[in-house]
Write a new protein. Structure first.
Length: 79
């Protein structure tokens, strides 16, 4: 039978989820801007704004997750 996930594996998984979410939110505004034929400066502004928005979303969801879990990690099991 498979044992519980280690803290290192959980941290690595959470880091990957945060990076993917950040990438999706960062890329969305420039892709939407491409429909309006933007200048390169406007495209970079959309990318920068998307990155800042992505950071805010990841930070907010991290804070929300801490509240949901009580802000503490699960206690380690003793074997």
């Amino acid at each position: 039978m498979v044992g519980p996930i280690s803290e290192a594996e959980r941290d690595a998984g959470n880091r990957k989820i945060k990076l993917v979410l950040l990438a999706i939110v960062t890329v969305s505004p420039p892709l939407l801007a491409l429909q309006l034929d933007p200048s390169p400066v406007q495209l970079l502004a959309a990318l920068g704004g998307g990155f800042l928005l992505g950071l805010a979303v990841v930070w907010y969801l991290g804070r929300l997750a801490e509240e949901f879990t009580g802000g503490q990690r699960r206690p380690r099991r003793r074997r």
